[in-house]
Ligand binder design. Structure first.
Ligand code: AMP
Ligand code: MG
Length: 310
């Protein structure tokens, strides 16, 4: 199942689907311009067709082949944050299949920072549509083992590139005229682009980014956001920083970052959720992070992963 980058490029050229590492999470890649290859990604993930894919490029020049009417601020963001965990939603060119964009007239584009991902794109010779390499609505994979567990028998290969340094999905930004609109929070934060006068799109209510469902990124074990006053039997705790006074009442405690660092927490998020999910717990409780920087992106993922709020 594990294959080299040369083999991966060969499989992709033949219209196959391969899981590849990026700095955000592992992606399930296919030729973004080949409708049949892309359809295999939807089938393997059991992802609904309305949920558009992000197209990955290895050079800034490739953007022109995918998108038109690129706002000045989009170029500015690309120059500043690419390669990196930022996805730009722009009007699409005709050569981008409707299936890739979930029927939208826009295309989401990103240039990943992880060298091995860009090498695979270069070797393949075309942009890669690559949603997270997990079954629809399940936990995103941040290691090759996570991919193997969920998709092993359903795909043509996995390139093992170690762990994902950022650990949560890219920031997704669209535009209203020149104004950036953050559809999905991520490692590129509003604070970093405040000179452009950005807007944030809150959860729910006419979302322009169809895949941002309220249920997403979920472990099998019911997950609750916030701490219970009385800890039910056989509960797990996903902590951040200093442990709460009642932490001894939990059957398992994993800490996103003992020193309370949100960047470290993001890198650990999915790995620790996978781990907590493997213990046969009745419930997982996750603390809410301070609402600043990457804390917002982590809270966003946890609230979608959650069964209920307390
Ligand atoms: P991922 O599941 O990490 O691959 O991210 C894909 C997500 O990016 C989708 O679920 C959408 O929320 C967002 N996205 C992709 N393409 C578009 C688009 N054309 N317009 C708006 N949002 C998009
Ligand atoms: Mg996903």
């Amino acid at each position: 199942m594990y294959i080299s980058i040369d083999k991966a490029a060969e499989v992709l050229k033949g219209g196959g689907i391969v899981a590849i590492p990026t700095e955000t999470v592992y992606g399930l890649a296919a030729n973004a311009l080949d409708e049949i290859a892309v359809s295999k990604v939807f089938a393997a993930k059991e992802r609904p067709f309305f949920d558009p894919l992000i197209v990955h490029i290895s050079e800034l020049d490739e953007l022109e082949n995918l998108a038109v009417e690129i706002p000045k601020n989009a170029r500015g963001l690309a120059e500043k944050f690419w390669p990196g965990p930022l996805t730009l939603v722009l009007p699409k060119r005709k050569n981008v299949p409707d299936l890739t964009t979930g029927g939208l007239q826009t295309v989401a584009v990103r240039m990943p920072k992880k060298q091995i991902a860009r090498d695979i794109i270069k070797l393949a010779g075309f942009p890669l549509a690559a949603p997270s390499a997990n079954m629809f609505q399940h936990l995103s994979p941040t290691s090759a083992e996570h991919v193997l567990e969920q998709l092993g028998g359903r795909i043509d290969g996995i390139v093992d590139g170690g762990v994902c340094e950022v650990g949560i999905e890219s920031t997704v930004i669209g535009f209203e005229g020149e104004t950036p609109v953050i559809y999905r929070p991520g490692a590129v934060t509003g604070e970093m682009i405040k000179d452009m006068g950005y807007r944030e799109w809150g959860m729910g209510g006419g979302n322009p980014s169809p895949g941002l469902l309220d249920k997403h990124y979920s472990p099998g074990t019911p997950l609750f956001l916030g701490l219970p006053s009385e800890v039910p039997q056989n509960s797990g705790l996903l902590a951040f920083g200093e442990l709460p006074a009642n932490s001894a009442a939990f059957a398992k405690v994993l800490n996103l970052s003992e020193r309370g660092d949100a960047t470290e927490a993001a890198a650990n998020l999915y790995r620790l959720l996978h781990e907590l999910d493997s213990f046969g717990l009745n419930r997982i409780f996750a603390v809410i992070l301070p609402k600043e920087g990457l804390g917002n992106a982590i809270n966003d993922r946890l609230s979608r992963a959650g069964t209920a709020k307390i």
